[in-house]
Design a binder for this molecule. Structure first.
Ligand code: DP6
Length: 357
């Protein structure tokens, strides 16, 4: 239990409180893959905060006559009640109730939607948990005095307890999560912004190619578990921390060649972990590899600094600086969309984190 995050001084009131927050997705450059209870990462990770792929969440807090044992809530997603969302939310609320005991005094009506296609494989748990955490901390801010720093830290802290990567969706342009010697205020408990970056990265583009919109074969929760018995786990955790250390000066200097080298290596090493776990699995599809081949050929032919990263799925994130966006978008249109389901691609770019909507 982290005592400093317990909202002891937040006294519930008899007023209805309604709030709405949106949070973006994020794309990891150094991947989080492997954790311990309660959602603590085995290595530090680093991501770009995105801007277009967002979850918008409204929470109405209705005061109850008597406090409940568990947080009482309803969930409507994109206009429909979603019983299938309840187990993950119940687990989340059970985790956070000790940190926000005032929640036992309210019925929560949660209404949420995404601005990107649902089950597209875009990390919706990150944006949805960050948006919900922002709403919960907004109520806490009404009930107790929190400084701006305490408020942002609490949002990231709670979001982490919902989904690890969600803690990196709260602020832009980049966030790091996990204790790392090269980031002075870093911690396993929440993500911190990484601001010392070259301007080329502050409006970097991410075109998300939707290769396979079907269900993931393996949930990231199970994937993280498989790192417990994994023969290469310790080397992988050490390597991720080394990649992060190597990436920080590269981000400061705007060294795109070094950036590409580390980012693509990270993506392939993440998938190498999946291919070498027990049981093993392959989340890349033939079209994932075709896209990677095309990106490599285009980069070699043109010298344009475009690269890719992957999450726990078949989709490809195509990363490139904004000043080559016109050329890269033509390339995506001409050479890559044919490998996507229904030629679908979500154009996103680096953004600034949560906001009211
Ligand atoms: C491959 O944050 O989705 O996207 O903590 O179990 O909710 P849980 O996992 P999640 O894992 C994300 C894994 C990843 C890499 C990353 O975003 O760092």
């Amino acid at each position: 239990m982290e005592e400093r995050f317990v909202a002891n001084n937040a006294q519930p009131t008899k007023d209805i409180f309604t709030t709405r927050w949106q949070a973006p997705s994020n794309i990891a450059l150094v991947k989080y893959w492997g954790k311990t209870v309660p959602q603590l990462p085995k290595n530090a990770s680093l991501s770009f905060t995105l801007s277009n792929a967002v979850t918008q969440t409204q929470v109405e807090f209705i005061p109850l006559d008597k406090p409940t044992q568990k947080v009482s809530f309803s969930i409507v997603f994109e206009g429909e009640e979603k019983p299938s969302f309840r187990p993950k939310l119940e687990a989340f609320f059970a985790n956070i109730l000790p940190y926000q005991p005032f929640l036992a005094h309210y019925q929560l009506k949660i209404i949420s939607q995404n601005t990107f296609p649902h089950s597209s494989g875009i990390a919706s748990s990150a944006s949805s948990m960050a948006a919900l955490a922002a709403c919960l901390v907004d109520l806490e801010t009404q009930l107790a005095k929190l400084s701006e720093e305490e408020r942002m830290n609490k949002i990231s802290f709670l979001a982490r307890l919902g989904s690890g990567s969600a803690c990196r969706s709260t602020q832009g342009a980049m966030m790091a999560w996990g204790t790392h010697p090269a980031i002075s205020n870093s911690t396993d408990l929440l993500a911190v912004p990484v601001n010392d970056i070259h301007p080329v990265f502050t409006d970097f583009c991410d075109a998300i190619l939707l290769i396979d919109k079907g269900q993931k074969q393996v949930s990231s929760t199970l994937g993280h578990k498989l790192m417990h018995q994994h023969p290469y786990a310790e080397q992988r955790f050490a390597q991720a921390n080394e990649h992060l250390a190597a990436l920080l000066p590269v981000l400061q200097q705007g060294d795109l060649d070094a950036f590409i080298f580390i980012v693509e290596k990270e993506a392939l090493h993440l998938h190498a972990m999946m291919m070498t776990s027990d049981p093993y699995f392959i989340l890349m599809q033939p079209n994932t590899l075709s896209v990677i081949d095309q990106i490599w050929a285009f980069r070699k032919d043109t010298g344009i600094p475009v690269c890719f990263t992957l999450d726990a799925g078949a989709n490809v994130h195509v990363l490139y600086p904004n000043n080559v966006a016109a050329e890269v978008n033509r390339f995506i249109e001409a050479e890559l969309l044919e490998f996507c389901q229904n030629r679908q691609c979500v154009h996103d770019k680096v953004g600034s984190g949560i906001k009211k909507y």
